[in-house]
Design a protein around this ligand. Structure first.
Ligand code: SF4
Length: 177
């Protein structure tokens, strides 16, 4: 079964890609992530996503970087704490981009590496994914990649492949924190 995987960064994609491939999915990677600031950081994370694509021989589709559009989408939520309403909007932004890209590519399913993070609530991500998928007409497949040691595995593989590991979530508000 083909699936478009939203990749938030290289380290998070390591264990997620392995898990999906073990389950027999035909994985295509998608890197949008206009939430990431500054653009140089987006490029660094993209570079890591390219490494993972090359390691597994997978196609990587790169989205347009438009941080202004993301800022507009989260307007009014700038001072929210990490894990709050701004993050839900942020998930919606990237998951809607992924669902639209999946539809454009004729891929019926999508999911996200975001659930590998122990700092993110996988149920909230899945809820946003289901709503967005229903709206756009693509199936969101719920995979909680942090389960069964997925987070620890992503740390181990990131070291093994010598990937850059960022120390903030992505946007300027998380950088400030
Ligand atoms: S903290 Fe992370 S998830 Fe929350 S809005 Fe910023 S980039 Fe998005």
């Amino acid at each position: 079964m083909k699936i478009l995987l939203h990749v938030c960064c290289g380290p998070c994609s390591t264990a997620s890609v392995e898990r999906l491939r073990e389950k027999g999915y035909d994985v295509v990677l998608f890197f949008p992530n206009s939430n990431i600031y500054p653009e140089g950081e987006w490029e660094k994370r993209l570079e890591n996503a390219r490494k993972i694509a090359e390691l597994h021989g997978l196609e990587l589709v790169v989205g347009e970087y438009d941080h202004s559009a993301w800022r507009e989408f989260v307007r009014g939520l700038e001072n929210e704490k990490e894990g709050g309403a701004r993050c839900l909007r942020c998930f919606e932004f990237n998951l809607a981009k992924t669902a639209k890209k999946a539809r454009e590519l004729g891929i019926e399913n999508f999911t996200t590496t975001l659930t590998v993070s122990r700092f993110k609530n996988s149920s909230q991500i899945a809820e946003v994914g289901r709503v967005v998928g229903a709206r756009i007409g693509v199936n969101f497949l719920e995979h909680d990649f942090k389960k069964q040691g997925g987070f620890e595995k992503s740390v181990e593989l990131a070291k093994k492949f010598d990937l850059y590991r960022q120390n903030y979530c992505g946007c300027e508000f998380s950088l400030r924190n």
